[in-house]
Design a protein around this ligand. Sequence first.
Ligand code: G3P
Length: 228
Amino acid sequence: MKFFIDTANLDDIKAAADWGILSGVTTNPTLYARCGGTLADFESHMVKICKIVGNDVPVSAESCATTTEDMIADGERLAALAPNIVVKLPICEAALPATHALAKKGIRVNMTLIFSVTQALLAARAGARYISPFVGRFDDIAEDGLHELEAVVDAVKNFDYGYWEQEGGPEIITASVRTPNHVAQAALLGADIATVPFGALKKCLLHPLTNQGLAAFEADWKKVTEQA
Ligand code: G3P
């Protein structure tokens, strides 16, 4: 499973890229607002992210348009910013024809706010390159996000859709990730990608037995060096 980072924060993106584990970046209006983004700077900020991660690494930039025509126009403009831009659109009636039109032009869409198998199947059929089922927001309302993710993976992976198969799509991005368990289970369930906030990514590094082992190595090495 590939790791994407779910943030618009340039420092966090740079840090995760330096780890050598980063295969993509996803942003959304909330994440952009959280790092103080303004409308005037939106496109240049997306370009900055693209430059940090390099041309081979997909960067999802979300359109907030509400009509099909505006989504297509936004999608074309965003895709022209850099070769690695993926246009992010929320699943809704206006976004399906926009996704279809953009896919036919070779523009990749990440269809977001997916909470059901039927939404995921519609996104795939319309030509989405990436499909983003949300896990944590189910858990937030005491439902089982991983159970829904499993159903989406099983259903979507059953078919070919005729758009992105030559480059391994449509790929499922596990989104709304809160915990290392979400990440581990996403991999075990067969999701292609998990997009993870940097805080949760750091938690994926940690294990108390590793800390215990490191402390023991340090103490024993001290004995070795003190003997010399
Ligand atoms: O990028 C979309 C998704 O990952 C947002 O997650 O934490 O706002 O539910 P969250």
